[in-house]
Design a binder for this molecule. Structure first.
Ligand code: AP5
Ligand code: ZN
Length: 213
């Protein structure tokens, strides 16, 4: 199966993705994580993306399309992919259809994580992430076993540089103006499922399961 997760910043895509991926044996491709790795490594893409991400704007379509095109070549993606944070614009959705068509794949499910904007400030300000893996925690809603430390590796957790209220506002603007049009696009293709992402983490997972497992 090939599945797309769409939702505003902090809606829970990265929290649900590892569980969905394990359940269905998919590879998890998060363009935000791929871009943050490129920034950390200081690649050409990373240098261009750094400032754009820090402002909470979207990087150019071709940049993420190329990243995904490359990542789809990984053998672990043959069984299916779980796309988290991609596509985010109509041109990205069209480019994905072309990439999938070439591989004889199609989009099976698009899960929309629906939330009110006003709950996202608390989600984003309490988030702590493990930099190397992208695993995310929340100081209140999903705390690690030991404060400030990743469960799996024991390495320290950090706050993402774009996780502050000012940048969040721009990320939300980008979401509403550039990303929500893809929801209609997928609705027309009869693959859209909308989940109430304001419930607890386990309830959200159960709702996703009802539709796609
Ligand atoms: P990206 O990394 O994708 O960030 P985002 O879309 O803003 O999404 P987040 O990662 O903030 O939210 P999430 O839904 O994963 O939330 P999480 O599960 O961690 O992108 C970053 C930047 O890269 C973009 O701004 C852009 O510049 C660029 N970019 C990326 N992809 C791009 C693309 N395709 N095109 C162009 N540019 C692109 O949860 C958040 C917090 O809430 C956590 O602390 C978590 O523990 C907690 N939480 C989760 N679920 C619940 C729940 N049900 N109840 C309570 N707490 C919860
Ligand atoms: Zn995420």
């Amino acid at each position: 199966k090939d599945i797309i997760l769409v939702g505003p910043p902090g809606s829970g895509k990265g929290t649900q993705a590892p569980r969905i991926k394990d359940e269905l044996c998919l590879c998890h491709l998060a363009t935000g994580d791929l871009l943050r790795n490129a920034v950390a490594k200081g690649t050409e893409i990373g240098k261009e993306a750094k400032g754009i991400m820090a402002r909470g704007e979207l990087v150019p379509d071709q940049m993420v399309v190329d990243l995904i095109d490359d990542a789809l070549k990984m053998p672990e993606c043959e069984r299916g992919v779980l796309l988290d944070g991609f596509p985010r614009t109509i041109p990205q959705a069209e480019a994905l259809d072309e990439m999938f068509e070439r591989k004889g794949k199609k989009v099976d499910h698009v899960v929309e994580f629906k939330t009110d904007d006003d709950i996202l400030v608390e989600r984003i300000s309490g988030r702590r992430v493990h930099k190397a893996s992208g695993r995310s925690y929340h100081v209140k809603f999903n705390p690690p076993k030991t404060e400030g430390v990743d469960d799996a590796t024991g390495e320290p957790l950090i706050q993402r540089p774009d996780d502050n209220e000012d940048v969040l506002r721009n990320r939300l603007d980008s979401y509403h103006s550039q990303t929500t049009p893809i929801l209609d696009y997928y609705k027309k293709h009869n693959v859209l499922t909308t989940i109430n992402a304001m419930q607890g983490i386990d309830e959200v997972y159960a709702d996703i399961g009802k539709d796609i497992f």
